[in-house]
Design a protein around this ligand. Sequence first.
Ligand code: HDE
Length: 696
Amino acid sequence: MTTTFDTDRGNGGETHQHVSEKGPHDGVNHLTTNQGIRITDNQNSLRAGERGPTLLEDFVLREKIFHFDHERIPERIVHARGSAAHGYFELYDSLSDITKADLFQRAGERTPVFTRFSTVAGGAGSVDTPRDVRGFAVKFYTKEGNWDLVGNNIPVFFIQDAMKFPDLVHAVKMEADRAFPQAASAHDTFWDWASLMPETTHMLMWAMSDRTLPRSVRMMQGFGVHTFRLVDTDGKSTFVKFHWRPKLGIQSTLWDEALKLQAADNDFHRRDLWEAISSGNFPEWELGLQLFDQEFADAQPYDVLDATKIIPEEVLPLRMVGRMVLDRNPDNFFAETEQVAYCPANIVPGIDFTNDPLLQGRLFSYLDTQKSRLGTANFHQLPINAPKCPVMNFQRDGQMQMSVPKGRANYEPNSLSSDGEAGGPRECPVTGFGTFEGGTSQGEKGNKLRVRAELFADHYSQARLFWRSQQPSEQAHIASSFVFELSKVGLKQVPPRMVANLRNVDEDLARRVADGLAIILPEKNPAAREPVDMESSPALSIHANMMDTLQGRKVGILIADGSDAAALKTLQEAIKDAGGQSFVVAPKIGGAKLSDGKQMKAEGQLLGSPSQLFDAVVVLLSEDGAKHLIKEGAAIQWLMDAFGHLKAIGYTAAAQPLLEKAGIEADDGVVPLDQSFVEIAKKRYWQREPKLRLLA
Ligand code: HDE
């Protein structure tokens, strides 16, 4: 084949845009090497003779394999598995009364964001639904530089001091010698360590609750965790805790459901986020602030610099200041989601740190780990990390330097400009980031000490507050999770030690866990500081606050030959009108011949679409369909799981034998299919659970 080479072959730095054989603008993309050389054959390597050896000379082959060999980079040491999206933050009202941060000045203004959700313990290729804390990291590309709010879906943390972070992570990750279990805390080393660290207790309560089993990342809260500061133009500081509230409400799965989701779809959350955005159902959160001053801080029975403590919303309500909408999926997972580098130290004028010793350690860690993960000190130049405002300084060179600074000015001060040369950027004493100078309340000055402040010694008051703020259904889940996790621990000394700590939280909880493990209730572990009783906080319950809605939720509809076409259409429309999504499942992906004689294609095959993928289910079967499916174990399992996971079940009269075979007893959530089903489908039926499960 003869190839015509053009002289105009530049591609503006876009390595993989190609010009045509005939000319650069005829719309045909040509395959090239990384040097821009067109490739004639992408199937065969160059060899000496038809059956002869491959030649070292083959630069096309060598380059292709060389690049492939280096495609992977080290995964994040924690939060390796994640999914992200682009969007914006929109401010409701100006916050100029409390901060000079530019993104908080003008009502209605939008700031671009890139937000990544992650699990913590598992590797990059692990599943989406283990019991785990979720990362909730937001990069705001503000006009005054990048601000990263690198939070979690739980408002407290396991430890109080960064000194313990490597121990925590070593303990929870797969065990050092055997490299299992992956993405799970239910093993010896985690509980050995946690039971020796009473400060973990509050976080453990959250971790053992349904918070760590989110239904979707769109249905999680997010928290900045630490106390930060907002600073206004006069230099006045206000303490702040950041909260993200999902528009769809908080929703979680059940433990059994989460386990089965791992089998049904390893990418359950990643797919859910992607599909929601690509179908135009943009996930949304409101940003709420808890704002307070030193006087308030001093009056609380805990230290606001202690990341194992919350400020209950009932004590300090949230001021809702804006919303975040995620409206665009990444173009490329690696370039964006994998290479994004969040860092709590990325902060803008008007926001500042506090002395929280956990936060202070984080300020070092992220930049440091990112150099190792991304391989060069220039990772801030990657498109996903680059600020969307000018970046000008005298930093130069380093591996993978992408910018081409001009002139001689690479030092400061300089007087080059007086000779007509560019002198480079100058300091900004007024508009630059000025660290908040105050903060000399009690304990903020003094000798160098390796100690913790007095109130940090209270490890149990808020664990108790959390427990008492849960509904009985949630308490049963927490107690059962402790039993499950500790049942996986082989070290004899560990479960009693953990239960001994739990006795400081609540005697009933401790007894239930001990019973569940069939161990003798151990002596209480003496508390470093006696817990105090705090007013319970209903805002901490998921079950009490779950929204009755179909928005963002999916209803699985099982059909087979003969299913009523009109009933199916009506149901699908009703689900859509309620903001939900229907998903038709049939024994064969080609679908079923409905009552009107038409073939309806299925969206999922029964074997590949178990009911844990849905929030509610309908068995829309004819007599014939039911006769056929009663012999299909997957159909019976579909119903058993939906019932066991406390979901609404709608059924046609013909489908009743299947329900009977699945052992389903009628209750408020199991109803013959009619118009009212969409209302029924908006809930979970917690009251069913004690009849189905022996919880601790
Ligand atoms: Fe992180 N954390 N962390 N962390 N963290 C990382 O940074 C660290 C902590 C959080 O989507 C790492 O780039 C220390 C609390 C999220 O890319 C690393 C301490 C909270 C993400 C690191 C903490 C978080 C990370 C690993 C204790 C909630 C994922 C890879 C002092 C407020 C960000 C990386 C993403 C990632 C260190 C504790 C949230 C090693 C030392 C508390 C959401 O730098």
